[in-house]
Design a protein around this ligand. Structure first.
Ligand code: HEM
Length: 405
């Protein structure tokens, strides 16, 4: 086959600067790439990534080496009954009445506390002052942990995500991840033992008590799950909130529409998840040979599913490179459920357990920020840039505003 381009290298600086240009070339000309340094196949078309998330032949055994060394064993790498029982133990805390009645006030309060830190000042960095802190504070509060340990939590989840996305196998990143496992265990295990003795109304106490079909969580299970929560719920929602503001600030008419009608926040969130997803890639390992666009992937190999590419596939979305909260080919009603048509939360049995929590955080956080910053604008002369290859979002978002009275 003659092609106009070379296959893009996802470890190159060109890719890091603008993955979206590379994604276009991949989808059009190289839908299946063998990446030798990563020892992984790369797939980029919507139909292929959707299949990899939905069909059980694409196992998540990759987490045995990609996350277990830093977390311990978690639901991400489980399948079948083991996965469904473990997921049923934890899922009720993240939806329905528990979310609405127990955790929504926690979310609202944490957003307010952070905004109080800068609401009178007329300026803020929405990344450093809000987005990186808010989701971690919420999880810490939900679990009944001490929020003043924020710096520790932030350090740990950054190191876990770096281990997960260590595509170039950097030895220092790997060592830091293993250190995090030790430090987190030393921090969490005594708290879990104490909470078993003196349970309260927090999520950690709920996890200690939870039982499904005779299965309960051990201290080690709970510690591993809390580590997963910090990483899966911290880094992702952090990037989502920053990206919503980056996208809306770049489209002032859409920002005005959301400001006028807060009921549009879920639409703006769903379109942000499609257009600039916090997690750009997720891996899978097929248990049998599978045929995808471009050829056959042998059983046992690693496939990197490029969510950021699939979500901008012109075969699936009209005008895919345009941010448009009013687009008709993205359903907002299903965007936070396993029936979602964007791929930012994956699909199938590992569909993000925290999707509704993330939605509640975004609705509260974005709503309160818009209230506090009536004439929100980027700091004069600042052009926001995205950073990251595995997870991606704006590295800073300095804004100015006239303080609301
Ligand atoms: C915008 C925010 C979020 C995004 C983009 C996101 C993305 C994802 C993705 C892509 C997966 C699937 C991983 C895979 O299949 O390999 C996932 C799973 C998961 N997420 Fe999220 N997530 C977000 C927020 C959260 C929050 C707030 C929590 C909880 C505090 C959370 C907890 C989890 C857990 C526990 C899983 C594993 C589910 C399972 O294996 O059954 N996530 N998330």
């Amino acid at each position: 086959m003659t092609t106009a381009h070379q296959a893009p290298d996802i470890l190159s600086s060109t890719f890091a600067a603008d993955p979206y240009a590379a994604y276009r070339i991949m989808r059009d000309e190289f839908p299946l790439i063998w990446h030798e340094p990563m020892q992984s196949y790369l797939i980029s078309r919507y139909e292929d990534v959707e299949r990899a998330f939905r069909e059980p032949v694409f196992t998540s055994d990759n987490y045995d080496w990609q996350l277990e060394p830093v977390h311990g064993r978690t639901i991400l790498q489980m399948s079948g009954r083991e996965h469904s029982v473990r997921r049923a133990l934890v899922a009720p805390a993240f939806r329905g009445r528990t979310l609405d009645e127990q955790f929504l006030p926690v979310i609202e309060r944490n957003a307010r506390e952070l905004i109080d830190g800068f609401r009178a000042s007329g300026s803020a960095d929405l990344v450093a002052d809000f987005a990186t802190r808010f989701p971690v504070n919420v999880i810490a509060d939900m679990l009944g942990l001490d929020k003043s340990d924020f710096e520790k939590f932030h350090g740990w989840y950054t190191s876990i995500i770096a281990f997960l996305g260590n595509l170039s196998q950097d030895a220092e990143v790997a060592e830091a991840g293993l250190r995090t496992r030790e430090e987190f265990a030393a921090y969490m295990l005594p708290i879990i033992r104490e909470r078993r003795e003196n349970p309260g109304g927090d999520l950690l106490s709920t996890l200690c008590r939870a039982e499904v079909e005779g299965t309960r969580m051990s201290d080690e299970d709970i510690k591993a799950f809390c580590s997963l929560l910090l990483a899966a719920g911290g880094e992702t929602t952090d990037k989502a909130i920053a990206s919503i503001f980056k996208n809306l600030l770049a489209h002032p008419e859409q920002l005005s529409a959301v400001r006028a009608d807060r009921g549009l926040i879920p639409r703006a969130f769903a379109e942000t998840l499609r257009y600039s997803p916090p997690v750009h890639m997720i891996m899978r390992q097929p248990s049998e040979d599978v045929t995808l666009s471009g050829g056959v992937v042998p059983a046992g190999s690693t496939i990197t599913c490029l969510i950021g590419a699939a979500n901008r596939d012109g075969q699936r979305y009209a005008d895919p490179e345009t941010f448009d909260i009013f687009r008709e080919d993205l359903a907002t009603t299903t965007a936070f459920s396993a029936a979602a048509d964007h791929l930012a939360f994956a699909l199938g049995r590992h569909f993000c357990v925290g999707a509704l929590l993330a939605k509640a955080e975004v609705e509260a956080g974005v709503g309160q920020l818009l209230d506090a910053m009536p004439d929100l604008r980027l700091q004069e002369g600042f052009t926001p840039a995205e950073q990251g290859v595995f997870t991606r979002g704006p590295d800073a978002l300095p804004v100015e505003f006239t303080p609301a009275v």
